[in-house]
Design a protein around this ligand. Structure first.
Ligand code: ADP
Length: 389
């Protein structure tokens, strides 16, 4: 009898089968790090590329225990695993990275705001509200956010009157979550400060980027943020590194920021996983956010976050209103037009508004990078016809 061969390296469990887990697979191959995936359904983005996967419900503790059995570390594609389950897995002896005490700040906006206030991090004025009268007392216009469960602008409302508060309170009530009111920030632009941090405390900060949201969904990222005051960029990086340390984050932390018209940064929200605003690093940095996430959660020395080029532009490919056929059909044109273009598709069907991939264009000239990336993304999304060249 021979026993089964030892895995060549510790196995990393990943919960959630979206594109973030899919993009972790690439550096995992290079690092020789075996991944074991819990996917929410057959054939989802990451399940297409991670052979060792099973399908199940991440809200079920037994399922989490079954998937992580024999793994030394578990990490995540999303922030939705219940906190109590994460504690239970830790009690079983598994290294949960990021851990439940950190992750709750990315799961719950009310908890995040309270903690950021304690830490003295700059935030928009905010308060938990229980009825429309509280919002009126807070002051209109303001932004209402569900404390949990929101993403890509869902669960976020700009309200100007008590009447407009009806829907947010109905949604929050139905979901059993709180509502947080925030001052409406007239920002100059949105920025993102991305850092990686390992359990032993090593940290690496990427250049601060500018990010453009359309209808609450990230559309474009420019790295580094053009014309950003170096002092403010430094402050944003220090803020992100400080928060990663104070909250004991392991893996990637993205700090979404507003740059105000009077030259300050305010924290919008935190994400503790590779983030859309860090996709540019796949081609534009010496070590991608996905590789540094893996290195961090495995407590390996981190890789250099330095940019490889003067500018990198990332543009998301979103399904348009028209059925443009298969994304694959966009390759001959996009790749022939721009041999330096980098394309990342997620193995998803095109649907209106759905993120199905992104492109990265890097170079010395920002306007040219923007044009190349925008053109390619529009072409893939079917927004440009054969004759619109
Ligand atoms: P999500 O969890 O859906 O990402 P966010 O809190 O990031 O929600 O809000 C989505 C978008 O709404 C932000 O990217 C920003 O454009 C806008 N927004 C959020 N909060 C405010 C605010 N206090 N003032 C002005 N705009 C805001």
């Amino acid at each position: 009898m021979t026993s089964p061969p030892e895995p060549p390296a510790p196995v990393l469990a990943v919960i959630g089968g979206g594109q973030l887990a899919r993009m972790m697979a690439q550096p995992a191959i290079a690092l020789g790090l075996p991944l074991r995936l819990l996917a929410e359904a057959q054939g989802v983005s990451a399940a297409q590329v991670i052979a060792d996967h099973s399908v199940g419900d991440y809200r079920d503790l037994d399922t989490l225990r079954r998937v992580t059995a024999g793994c030394s570390v578990v990490t995540f594609d999303h922030e939705h695993v219940p906190t109590s389950h994460l504690h239970a897995l830790e009690d079983d002896g598994l290294a949960v990275r990021p851990g439940p005490e950190a992750l709750v700040h990315a799961q719950d906006k009310a908890v995040m705001r309270r903690r950021l206030a304690e830490l003295g991090a700059p935030c928009p004025r905010n308060a938990v509200v229980h009825e429309a009268a509280d919002v009126a007392a807070f002051g209109f216009p303001c932004v209402l956010k569900t404390s949990r469960g929101g993403y890509d602008g869902k669960g976020v409302w700009l309200v100007r009157s008590e009447a407009e508060c009806t829907e947010p309170f109905a949604v929050a009530g139905a979901g059993g979550v709180e509502l947080v009111a925030e001052e409406y920030v007239e920002f100059r632009r949105e920025l993102s400060a991305l850092v990686a941090r390992s359990p032993s405390g090593q940290a690496a900060a990427y250049p601060v980027v500018e990010t453009t949201q359309v209808d609450g969904v990230c559309r474009e990222v420019v790295a580094p943020a053009p014309d950003l005051d170096p002092a403010l960029a430094g402050q944003a990086q220090e803020l992100a590194l400080g928060l990663a340390g104070a909250l004991d984050v392991t893996g990637i932390l993205a700090v979404e920021l507003f740059e105000t018209t009077d030259g300050r940064v305010l924290v919008n929200e935190l994400a503790m996983r590779p983030h859309n605003t860090g996709h540019w690093t796949q081609d534009g940095a010496e070590t991608s956010q996905f590789e540094n996430h893996l290195r961090a959660v495995m407590d390996l020395p981190l890789g250099s976050p330095r940019p490889r080029a003067r500018w990198t532009v990332m543009v998301n490919i979103l399904g348009g209103q028209h059925d443009s056929g298969r994304l694959w059909d966009g390759f001959p044109h996009a790749l022939a037009r721009d041999p330096r273009l980098r394309v990342h598709l997620y193995g998803k069907q095109l649907r209106p508004g759905r993120k199905v991939g992104h492109v990265n264009a890097y170079g010395d000239d920002l306007a040219e990078c923007l044009e190349r990336a925008r053109h390619a993304a529009a072409w893939f999304a079917g927004e440009l016809g054969e004759h619109s060249e």
